[in-house]
Design a binder for this molecule. Structure first.
Ligand SMILES: Nc1ncnc2c1ncn2[C@@H]1O[C@H](COP(=O)(O)OP(=O)(O)OP(=O)(O)O)[C@@H](O)[C@H]1O
Ligand SMILES: [Mg+2]
Length: 315
């Protein structure tokens, strides 16, 4: 649904993005992750026809964003970084206006406006001046405006920035509900957001794609080892020594030990799941297995590693 090929944008001598390539399949939600100035907004503005690329190509819903800009834009909804709302309009009036400029057929306008207000939870503030709305409601109106012409593709530039935790939760639910019917690319700095919402992540750094995968695969392929947490009732030294000698186990460390119960952190070889080996060893030694789990994917660390790596050694 979205194809980006070697997209490059220069501002004067400065390359804001260079050779950026990725694709988003129909119905997918993809997170566009990167530090400040990485080039997220630049890429999104090109995708939505607001900016011309210096070179490279992008297609949205099969249409080239430069040579078939109008067709591409008809199928794209865009929530910009700073939503240009009209303060002296109400959401209802503003959305009617947005419907008309986005080519919604005259007779459909009112119906469509009511639908998107319902979908974004704006209906109860439909007739309040936009200048009097909270940031969260303004953001909802921004998303409603992006949805007004029922586009195939949604481009959301930091949709939850500046919202309080409750509003963030609500907007995330809203976006999640839109996936499937719509293909979504959203930019964010929030790792949790990507984990919660996105099937795949494109990590961009200094204008280049540094990594692209599911959050789980990214973590697994870069962690270098499997991390397992284990709680065993048994003699600490013996437990530690025997587990450390198992095939595939790289390292065993005691995190805590009291009353004959040992809490251990085990590192296993990459691409080898050592959980069953550990469980079998504990049981066959006659110890008690109280807990065994794989440590949670630390996407935060992966993100720091990828974005702080030296330029040129992209994964
Ligand atoms: N109109 C412009 N003229 C010159 N440079 C620009 C312009 N717009 C953006 N840039 C530069 O291009 C680079 C990428 O900016 P962009 O806004 O795409 O980053 P971003 O990833 O969206 O960052 P943020 O997370 O802060 O929103 C930055 O170094 C920025 O200063
Ligand atoms: Mg930006």
């Amino acid at each position: 649904m979205i194809q980006v090929e070697k997209l490059t944008k220069y501002y004067g001598e400065y390359a804001a993005i260079e050779d950026v390539s990725f694709a988003v399949e129909k119905g997918e939600i993809v997170g566009f992750l990167g530090p400040n100035a990485a080039g997220k907004t630049t890429t999104m503005r090109i995708l939505t026809g607001f900016l011309q690329p210096t070179s490279g190509k992008a297609r949205v819903a099969g249409y080239d964003v430069v040579t078939q800009s109008l067709d591409a834009r008809r199928r794209t909804g865009y929530l910009p970084e700073n939503v240009p709302l009209y303060d002296d309009m109400t959401p209802r009036h503003y959305l009617r206006f947005a419907a008309r400029i986005n080519g919604v057929e005259g007779r459909q306008v009112n119906k469509r406006v009511e639908e998107v207000m319902e979908a974004t939870g704006v209906t109860d503030h439909a007739d309040v001046l936009i200048s009097k709305l909270s940031k969260g409601y303004r953001q909802r109106v921004g998303i409603a405006q992006a949805l007004i012409h029922n586009p195939d593709v949604l481009v959301l530039d930091e949709p939850t920035v500046g919202l309080d935790p409750n509003q963030i939760q609500e907007i995330r639910q809203l976006i999640k509900g839109l996936a499937g019917d719509h293909t979504i690319i959203l930019s964010t700095h929030i790792l949790r957001e990507v984990e919660m919402l996105c099937e795949r992540v494109v990590i961009i750094r200094e204008g280049h794609v540094a990594a692209m995968d599911t959050p789980e695969n990214l973590a697994r392929s870069r962690a270098g080892a499997q991390q397992v947490k284990l709680v065993v009732r048994g003699p600490e030294r013996e437990v530690q020594a025997k587990l450390a000698a198992l095939p595939g186990v790289l390292r065993v460390q005691t995190a805590h030990s009291a009353d004959g119960v040992v809490e251990l952190e085990v590192e296993g070889e990459q691409k080898r799941d050592v959980r069953e080996t550990l469980a079998a060893a504990v049981v066959s030694n006659g110890w008690g297995l109280q807990h065994l789990s794989e440590a949670r994917v630390d996407l935060e660390r992966i993100f720091r590693e990828i974005t702080l790596e030296e330029k040129g050694v992209a994964a």
